[in-house]
Design a protein around this ligand. Structure first.
Ligand code: HEM
Ligand code: HEM
Length: 394
């Protein structure tokens, strides 16, 4: 007798729902873990979360249909050789799996309904998902959202562990006990051609859906990226360039000499909505250097000093700003003179009353090869040059 013909199987509907839900849940577990590994500001995380919610609610509906079907259709008997404790373990695992198939989407729905961000969810970009009633208007909804975020996270971990057990048991029945437990849940097709045809169609539909999903995610990612770039551009355009006063001091023949640059400008971007954080950049026209000593003034533009023809500008660009208080920012940045770039640190003091920002730092002129030939030692011109500056703030 052909055993396969006598096998009692799950109904076609139960089998279809089992594999469809299995595919969706495994995908959502992978996508969920991936999206939460992304940076919170990453637009891809936002777009994947929207898709995650759409498929998650679909799973909830399919699971409800599956439970109704299961309650009205008795499952086929297990093979006789399956022992009592195995039957009990399998029943417990199945009940727990059903619980998690409900707990995951419901906890997700509660989480987004109580989120203080109050984002609306449009399933598949078409159907609005309402927030769960009552919960959304609770005063302590932020704590509830956190709690269900944790429940969602823990449930996904328990689901992964149970699935490993469930799949392991199914494979053990198939390859170790070689009984027909797997056959009862396996898709069943009459002929090889139908099997191949249906497999091909299912594969194509899967590939198209996956392709659509990826294209949509990439498009949203690019769109959001271009919005981010244009927003940064707007912020930079909004921050006005202001002219600043830049002074320098060094010891010349034992005496302190002071000079200044008349041509210098600063762009301070302190907007809190600037996505790349605050920034400061400054430019100084090297030819605008001036001191009270005409002899020094003659030397400064020359090739051994500022070499103004080759290097008309000296620049500073911040790389890190530590806002210690509203009035005092610790700045780190790159100072470029004569095409040599070195890091410098200083404190920028922002006097909001007088609307003025001030700062100072010291450089070693030899670091930038200033006077490196004519004044290679510090007997005439000291190595240290103090740079002081101020500029108006808004
Ligand atoms: C997210 C993935 C999956 C979920 C949520 C899931 C869930 C379930 C549930 C709840 C049942 C019980 C059906 C019932 O009697 O009402 C079941 C049965 C079954 N599942 Fe899965 N399953 C998943 C994936 C898989 C995979 C990947 C395999 C195979 C490698 C598999 C093989 C089976 C088999 C053979 C049965 C019948 C077991 C029996 O009647 O004792 N499942 N599954
Ligand atoms: C069976 C269905 C679902 C599965 C398997 C699932 C799985 C997951 C997983 C694995 C994560 C990552 C959790 C972590 O490790 O922290 C996650 C996150 C998330 N899920 Fe689900 N989920 C499902 C349904 C839903 C539903 C229906 C919603 C909302 C309507 C939802 C909303 C979310 C949100 C908003 C996050 C991201 C939380 C964050 O940004 O930290 N999920 N989900």
């Amino acid at each position: 007798m052909n055993i396969k013909n006598s096998i009692a199987r799950y109904t076609g509907v139960a089998i279809a729902l089992h594999w469809l839900i299995a595919l969706l849940i495994i995908s959502l577990l992978i996508v969920g873990k991936f999206m939460t590994s992304l940076d919170e500001a990453d637009p891809l995380r936002f777009s994947l979360t929207q898709w995650h919610k759409s498929f998650g609610i679909t799973i909830l509906l399919l699971t409800l249909a599956r439970i109704i079907w299961r309650l009205s259709h008795k499952p086929p008997a297990l093979p006789e050789q399956v022992r009592g404790w195995q039957k009990a373990a399998s029943s417990v695992t199945h009940v727990l799996l059903y619980c998690l198939m409900l707990a995951l989407p419901i906890s997700g729905w509660i989480m987004v309904s109580t989120s203080p961000l109050n984002l609306s969810t449009i399933l598949y970009d078409v159907i609005p998902l309402p927030h769960l009633p009552v919960l959304a208007s609770l005063a302590n909804k932020a704590q509830i959202s956190d709690l269900f975020h944790e429940i969602h996270h823990i449930s996904s971990g328990v689901m992964i562990a149970l699935l490993l057990l469930h799949i392991g048991a199914a494979l053990m029945h198939q390859f170790v006990h070689r009984d027909f437990v797997m056959e009862r849940m396996a898709p069943h097709w009459k002929s090889q051609q139908t099997k191949a045809g249906l497999g091909l169609i299912a594969g194509c539909i899967g590939a198209v859906l996956l392709g659509l999903f990826l294209i949509e995610a990439i498009q949203k990612h690019e769109k959001a990226n271009s919005e981010v770039i244009s927003k940064i551009g707007q912020n930079q355009a909004q921050s006005k360039s202001v002219s600043s006063q830049v002074k320098f001091k060094l010891i010349l023949m034992g005496e302190e000499v002071e000079g200044s640059f008349s041509g210098s400008s600063v762009v301070l971007n302190k907007a809190s909505d600037n996505l790349s954080g605050p920034s400061l950049s400054a430019k100084v026209k090297t030819a605008s250097a001036n001191t009270s000593n005409p002899q020094i003034n003659d030397s400064l533009p020359g090739p051994d000093w500022f070499d103004v023809v080759q290097h008309p500008e000296a620049t500073f660009v911040s790389t890190e700003i530590d806002i210690t208080s509203e009035a005092s920012w610790l700045m780190t940045g790159d100072l470029t003179i004569r095409e040599t770039t070195k890091p410098v640190n200083f404190t920028l003091n922002l006097d909001q009353n007088n609307k003025i920002a001030t700062g100072a730092f010291t450089i070693n002129r030899l670091d930038y090869a200033i006077g490196a030939v004519e004044q290679a030692d510090d007997s005439t011109a000291g190595f240290n040059v103090v740079i002081e500056f101020d500029f108006p703030i808004e």
